[in-house]
Write a protein that binds this ligand. Sequence first.
Ligand code: SME
Length: 180
Amino acid sequence: MVHADATNFSPHLTKPEAYQQLLDEAEGLCYEQRNWVCNLSNTSSLLWHLYHSLPGPSSNVNWAGFYVYDHTSLPSKPRLILGPFQGKVACQIINFGRGVCGTAAATQTTQLVPDVEQFPGHIACDSSSKSEIVVPIVVQGKGVVGIIDIDCTVENGFDEVDKEYLEKLADFLAKSSDWP
Ligand code: SME
């Protein structure tokens, strides 16, 4: 198998099966490779192709990627900085506590947002995004090293299955990469 074949998700898979394939592919791609830029780049590609292999609402995902801890931020004013992603260009810096991403980072909890208009302080990088899920990546002893952010152009784009598997992915990435 060549590398690009890892992004082939059969359109006949259920969402849990597709996520399981993603976890297996991520494990293969991160084998003997611990660089976080490399691993998050390939993972954002896997996520993008996974959602577009599924029926709606998942097929309406318009942004899939990562923000990482910004080490130029003051410890008293931590920030996230844009990391590897698929989709349109996005905001570069997000303060902890701001928007969906900053809330997930500050609280270390997944934010499952069925309607972004109802989320206080939502940061609209793209006005076509209507729902969103953000999962923190937490490394023991370091805290939040980054977040997974997935946006969708329809409301209620994500459910408990997305939450369950994206949290598994976050745990895997926390352990499988070396974080600055
Ligand atoms: N909407 C996010 C900002 C990041 S973009 O969606 C890529 C937020 O409110 O945190």
